[in-house]
Design a binder for this molecule. Structure first.
Ligand code: GDP
Ligand code: IMO
Ligand code: MG
Length: 431
C-alpha cells in the first residue's frame, strides 16, 4: 500500500489544497510537515470556499486524523482563529481528530515584527508573507526556538520568552528604531493560547508510526513549492524550510521509506508571489489574461500573483529533487481562449549555451532567455469534462506533451476550482 506525498512543483499556489481535499477521501491521516501560515490552501466544496493556512486540507472530511507535524512553525493565534472559524461555520466534523506536534516551533510576536521590519526597511526585499516564518525558523536552527512543548509549561515558557526577548528587543530597537515588545503582555497572551491548544498537543510522530502499523493510509500535504525550497529553490527568494518531498519524513517524524508515492502539483502555467527571478514571466496582455482568468491573487496576502508560461525546467527539477512519479495538472481551464500556448523547454544563457536545468545563481537565472515549444490553443470551455475524451483535442495534446517532456504521467487533471471539476486518472494510493 502506498502513502502519498503532495508537493508543489513551481513557486506555490499550484492547487495543492484542492488536490489534498480530493485525495483525503481515500486517506485516514493527513499531515502538514513544514511551513506555517505563509501557506494558503483553497478548497471549494459545494460552492463554498475554505482557505486553510495551518490546518491540513483533509479537515472537511469525516473521520480523519489531521496532524500539524513537528516540521511546522505555528502561530497559535492563527491556529485558534482557524479552528474557531471552521467550528462557527459548522464544517469541522465532530469526529475529526486534530493534533499538533509537541515539537513544532511557535511563532512569536517578535518573529512577525522582525519579518515586517526587514521587509519594510532593508534594500533586498524577499517579498515575504510577513508572518514571521523566516525569523521563527532562524531561531529553530539557532537552538533558540520555543516549541509547543515549551508553551505547555509556564515556567519554561516564561524563562525562554524573557531570555529571547532581551536579544530581540535589542535588535528591534537598535537596528530598526522600533518600540520594545513587553514580555509580560506576550506571556499573558500566549498562556491563554496554551490553554486552548493543550488538548490538541501530542507526540505526533509516535502516533503516526502507530497509524502506519495499523495499515492506515497517510497523505502528506506539502506547502509552498519546489522552487521556494531553502536548498533547491531560487535562493534567497525562497521560504525558510525544505519544501521538497524529503522534508515530509523529517517534518513528520517518519523514515523516508514511508514516502513511497510522491505526486507533484503543476499549474498549467506559472505564477509567483513576491520577488525573485521568473524567466517565463509575461509582463504583457497574456500575463494579465492569466492573472484575471486564473484569479491569481495570493490566498494569504491578497497580492497579485505574477504570471507566465509553463516552465518545464522548473518542473523537471522539482521531479528530480522530490522523486515525483505522478503529476496533477491544474487550472487547464484558465488557458481556454489563448490562440497559442508556449511551454518553456530550456534556457539560453548569456554565453549562448543552452541548458535544460535551473542554474543555482539567481544572477545567471535572471539573464536566462526561455526557449519555447509552441502548441495550438483551444477555445472550448473545459469545466464540464469528466474524462480525457471529453477534453478538446488540443488540450489533450498539451497534456501529452507535458507527459513526454517530463517523463512523468498525469494522474489527475483539474479544470476548475471545485471538487467535481476534476478528472482523476489514477488512484494515488496504489503505488
Ligand atoms: P495551493 O496553495 O497550492 O493550495 O493553491 P491556492 O489555493 O493558493 O491557489 C490555487 C487557486 O486556484 C485557488 O483559488 C483554487 O480554488 C484555484 N484552483 C485550483 N484548481 C483549479 C483549477 O483547476 N481551475 C481553476 N480555475 N482554479 C483552480
Ligand atoms: P502555498 O502553500 C506562494 C513566498 C512568499 C515570498 C517567499 C518567502 O499557499 O503554496 P515567507 O513568508 O515564506 O518567508 O516568504 O515565499 N511564499 C509563497 N508563495 N505560495 C505559498 O504557499 C507561499 N509561502 C511563501 O510570497 O516570496
Ligand atoms: Mg496557496
Amino acid at each position: 500500500m502506498a502513502n502519498v506525498t503532495i508537493i508543489g512543483t513551481q513557486w506555490g499556489d499550484e492547487g495543492k489544497g484542492k488536490v489534498v481535499d480530493l485525495y483525503a477521501e481515500k486517506a485516514n491521516v493527513i499531515v502538514r510537515f513544514q511551513g506555517g501560515n505563509n501557506a494558503g490552501h483553497t478548497l471549494v466544496v459545494k460552492g463554498e470556499k475554505t482557505i486553510l493556512h495551518l490546518i491540513p486540507s483533509g479537515i472537511l472530511h469525516n473521520n480523519k486524523l489531521c496532524i500539524l507535524g513537528n516540521g511546522m512553525v505555528i502561530d497559535p493565534q492563527v491556529l485558534i482563529m482557524e479552528i474557531e472559524r471552521l467550528r462557527l461555520r459548522g464544517v469541522l466534523p465532530a469526529d475529526t481528530r486534530l493534533l499538533v506536534s509537541d515539537r513544532a516551533h511557535v511563532i512569536m510576536p517578535y518573529h512577525r515584527s522582525i519579518d515586517l521590519a526587514r521587509e519594510s526597511q532593508l534594500s533586498h526585499k524577499i517579498g515575504t508573507t510577513g508572518r514571521g516564518i523566516g525569523p521563527c525558523y532562524e531561531d529553530k536552527i539557532n537552538r533558540q526556538g520555543i516549541r509547543i512543548c515549551d508553551l505547555m509549561d509556564e515556567e519554561v515558557f516564561r524563562q525562554k520568552l524573557m531570555s529571547n526577548l532581551e536579544e530581540k528587543n535589542f535588535y528591534l530597537t537598535k537596528r530598526f528604531q522600533m518600540e520594545p515588545l513587553l514580555g509580560e503582555n506576550i506571556l499573558a497572551e500566549y498562556l491563554t493560547y496554551a490553554d486552548y491548544i493543550r488538548p490538541f498537543v501530542a507526540d505526533t510522530a509516535y502516533i503516526l508510526a502507530e497509524e502506519i502499523n495499523k495499515g492506515r493510509k497517510i497523505l502528506f500535504e506539502g506547502a509552498q513549492g519546489a522552487h521556494l525550497d531553502i536548498d533547491h529553490g531560487t535562493y534567497p527568494y525562497v521560504t525558510s524550510s525544505n519544501t521538497a518531498a524529503g522534508s515530509a519524513a523529517t517534518g513528520s517524524g517518519l523514515g523516508p521509506g514511508s514516502m513511497n508515492n510522491v505526486v507533484g502539483i503543476c499549474k498549467a502555467y506559472t505564477t509567483r508571489v513576491g520577488e525573485g527571478p521568473f524567466p517565463t514571466e509575461l509582463c504583457n496582455d497574456i500575463g494579465k489574461y492569466l492573472q484575471e482568468a486564473g484569479r491569481e491573487f495570493g490566498s494569504t496576502t491578497g497580492r497579485k500573483r505574477r504570471c507566465g508560461w509553463l516552465d518545464l525546467c522548473l518542473v523537471n527539477q522539482a521531479i528530480r529533487t522530490s522523486g515525483i512519479s505522478g503529476l496533477c495538472l491544474t487550472k487547464l481551464d484558465v488557458l481556454t481562449g489563448l490562440e497559442k500556448i508556449n511551454i518553456c523547454v530550456g534556457y539560453r544563457l548569456e554565453t549562448g549555451e543552452i541548458i535544460d536545468h535551473v542554474p543555482a545563481s539567481i544572477k545567471v537565472l535572471s539573464q536566462c532567455e526561455p526557449l519555447y515549444e509552441t502548441l495550438d490553443g483551444w477555445s472550448e470551455e473545459l469545466s464540464g469534462a469528466r474524462s480525457l475524451d471529453e477534453l478538446p483535442k488540443n488540450t489533450r495534446k498539451y497534456i501529452e506533451r507535458i507527459e513526454i517532456l517530463t517523463g512523468v504521467e498525469a494522474v489527475l487533471v483539474s479544470i476548475g476550482p471545485s471538487r467535481e471539476e476534476t478528472i482523476v486518472l489514477k488512484n494515488p494510493f496504489v503505488a
